[in-house]
Design a protein around this ligand. Sequence first.
Ligand SMILES: Nc1ncnc2c1ncn2[C@@H]1O[C@H](COP(=O)(O)OP(=O)(O)OP(=O)(O)O)[C@@H](O)[C@H]1O
Ligand SMILES: O=C(O)C1=C[C@@H](O)[C@@H](O)[C@H](O)C1
Ligand SMILES: [Mg+2]
Length: 167
Amino acid sequence: MSPRVVLIGPPGSGKSTVGQILAERLGVAFRDTDTDVEAVAGKSVGDIFIEDGEERFRELEAEAVRRALAEHDGVLSLGGGAILSEATRELLAGHSVAYLEIGLSQAVQRVGLASARPLLVLNPRSQLKKLMDARRPIYESLAGIVVATDERKPDEVVDEIVKGLRP
Ligand SMILES: Nc1ncnc2c1ncn2[C@@H]1O[C@H](COP(=O)(O)OP(=O)(O)OP(=O)(O)O)[C@@H](O)[C@H]1O
Ligand SMILES: O=C(O)C1=C[C@@H](O)[C@@H](O)[C@H](O)C1
Ligand SMILES: [Mg+2]
């Protein structure tokens, strides 16, 4: 069993929003590894970062991704930083992966300046820029489909992903 498509990209690129619409369009289930991690830990991503630290979150995340890649056959959205794990990158090699691209100014607008995202609490714009610059080559190296999302509504992003999917 393998997901129909795995969505990757930085915070605000629309993995969760687009993923749900895409799953409906394809008539398959939607799954989000941030939600899976929260279910296992019994607390929010923000609380895991505060109480247990980012390293523990990344361990839980890598395990959630491994499980979802093996169990889920619908649309799977990963947390923005899931691709930082080497084990996850290796696992993704055999999957249909779509990278949702976004520019810095749109990303800042979408995540909001008072962000609930734990990595972006202090100075979201500069944190996002650093994170996006460091991860861009990784997202690109893993993706079979790349979709620019800046000038597109979620529905239009879904159209582009569907065009790129193997029949
Ligand atoms: N193509 C789009 N156009 C306009 N707004 C969008 C688009 N995609 C997502 N959004 C909005 O941007 C915000 C962030 O989207 P979303 O939560 O789906 O991002 P994400 O990639 O899942 O982020 P994270 O990595 O933090 O989980 C939401 O308010 C969503 O409605
Ligand atoms: O980009 C990231 O590193 C993150 C993105 C979110 O999806 C969450 O997984 C968490 O806030 C970390
Ligand atoms: Mg999300």
